[in-house]
Design a protein around this ligand. Structure first.
Ligand code: ATP
Length: 470
């Protein structure tokens, strides 16, 4: 297994673009695929790319005070929680691996999920908890502990939506299993060559659905019926993405009734959860709700502007104020973001830009610079509105208010853009730039929706601007 640690460590994950090969259906955001015609369209986030960014940006375990919601569908399955890893009675080598990773006690989700994940007979699980709360570590531990090294065939399948996410999971497995050299893992991802004439002997396969289908069904390199644990990571992305959805179902159909099904995800839409319930029999469902953003203690303003130039002037007028701390300016399209950035730069302001035309690597570089304060202002699109918290940002400017495809107010995105979670402190300022009746209607709809006043701000008036900071 040690070689495998090296393979995983050698992958320069941020350098890799989300693949454009057929195994990984595009969702409308990756740089490699979308250089044309995207500039004028609403810029949207690719969920798999966002997951990867959050994962790489994540700095250790997110502790949460939120409570768990557990539903037990199988009355026979045990439900208790553990406060220590010792209480799980793991193989000593695995325990050593956990401690070597610096884990002292189980995280909140691990306390409750691990006894069920490791129980005999195996129990199915659908788990939801926010990014960084310890899901990957939990299912990887289950994967490693279920392997029978006396047998030399695949026993565990773990599916991820993209190459990069699969590599991330593999890296965790390699680290956690570093004292179990007899456990063999293999990536089932693009670029991995196999000998068509011999069967796979590795115990754990981690990869993308297309490649897994190729190996399991087309080439018959392993027997799907002998799989004991099936993990669907990022289940929301998997289930909601057409191509992956179909491939996952095909794989799922070939597994035996006894195979333990584990679905993990940071979010589940209602449809995704309904679907998961349909195909996972008698699951234990564990949900640790996301810490919701709130508009409490956010001062919200609107500024009347004539047109784009007018919006730009408003930003000029408030620049001194917004660059005291750090600010994010949201635009609707890549083109608007690029236009604004060029104009501000020409006027001598130091700004960063992050939109969907950047690779994951480039986005990470921009975010790193911004987080370290090298730029005070970040101009972006909806690519950034979800899941990526930047603690020190206190001012958000909506250069364009968020709207859906029909041009109606998108209140959820508004909340994601300007809302704060308890974790990151509550105070903040939101400034909405309005140009015309349509955007005023959107602004009023948002105000009504949240029942929180959005106050008039005259950016030509110095006294008014001073008001923002107080
Ligand atoms: N029990 C623990 N004690 C300390 N650190 C932990 C523990 N479990 C996980 N971690 C660390 O916390 C971070 C987040 O864990 P993990 O990646 O498992 O979370 P996740 O919920 O899967 O997040 P994501 O949805 O982004 O993949 C990682 O750096 C991991 O090494």
């Amino acid at each position: 297994m040690t070689d495998w640690v090296k393979i995983a460590a050698d992958q320069e994950i941020p350098k890799l673009k989300i693949s454009s090969d057929s195994d990984e259906p595009a969702q409308g955001g990756s740089a490699a695929q979308t250089t044309t015609n995207k500039d004028n369209e609403p810029d949207v986030a690719d969920p798999a790319e966002t997951s990867l960014l959050i994962k790489i940006l994540g700095k250790g375990l997110v502790n949460t005070k939120l409570s768990l919601d557990v539903q037990q569908k199988n009355p026979k399955s045990p439900l208790h929680s553990v406060k220590t890893f010792e209480a799980l009675h793991l193989k000593p080598e695995l325990l050593k691996g956990i401690y070597a990773m610096g884990f002292n006690t189980p995280s909140k989700i691990q306390e409750t999920a691990l006894p069920t994940l490791l129980a005999d007979p195996p129990q199915n699980m659908i788990a939801q908890s926010q990014s960084g709360t310890g899901k990957t570590a939990a299912f990887v531990l289950a994967m490693l502990s279920r392997v029978n090294t006396d047998l030399d065939h695949p026993q565990v399948l773990c599916l991820s939506p993209t190459y990069e996410l699969a590599i991330q999971t593999g890296e965790v497995a390699a680290r956690m299993g570093q004292f179990c050299p007899e456990i063999k893992l293999r990536f089932a991802v693009r670029g991995e060559e196999v000998d068509r004439n011999s069967k796979l002997t590795e115990h754990i396969l981690i990869g993308t659905p297309g490649k897994m289908l190729d190996w399991g069904l087309k080439m018959r390199l392993f027997d799907m019926k002998k799989i004991r644990v099936f993990v669907l990571d990022e289940a929301d992305v998997m289930i909601a993405t057409q191509g992956h959805h179909d491939q996952c179902i095909r794989i799922h159909k070939m597994l035996s009734q006894q195979c333990q099904m584990l679905f993990f995800s940071a979010t589940y839409d209602k449809e995704v959860m309904d679907f998961a319930r349909l195909i996972v029999s008698e699951p234990t469902i564990i949900r640790l709700m996301r810490e919701e953003e709130s508009l409490d203690n956010i001062k919200q303003y609107y500024v009347n502007c004539k047109n784009e130039e007018g919006k730009y002037n408003a930003i000029q007028n408030i620049y001194g104020c917004i660059s005291i701390g750090q600010a994010i300016i949201f635009c609707h399209t890549r083109k608007a973001a690029a236009w604004l950035a060029a104009k501000m730069t020409a006027d001598g302001h130091s700004v960063a830009v992050l939109s969907g035309d950047l690779t994951v690597e480039q986005r990470l570089a921009v975010l790193d610079r911004f987080r370290s304060g090298q730029e005070k202002v970040l101009i972006t699109t909806n690519v950034l509105s979800r899941g990526i918290d930047i603690e020190q940002v206190t001012i958000v400017v909506n250069f364009d208010l968020p709207v859906d495809l029909r041009g109606n107010a998108d209140c959820e995105t508004y909340l994601h853009r300007i809302g704060r979670t308890g974790r990151f402190g509550k105070s903040g300022i939101a400034i909405n730039l309005i140009d015309g009746e349509k955007s005023m209607t959107v602004c009023r709809t948002i105000e009504k929706h949240f029942q929180k006043d959005i106050l008039y701000l005259n950016t030509d008036n110095a006294d008014d601007i001073e008001k923002i900071g107080t």
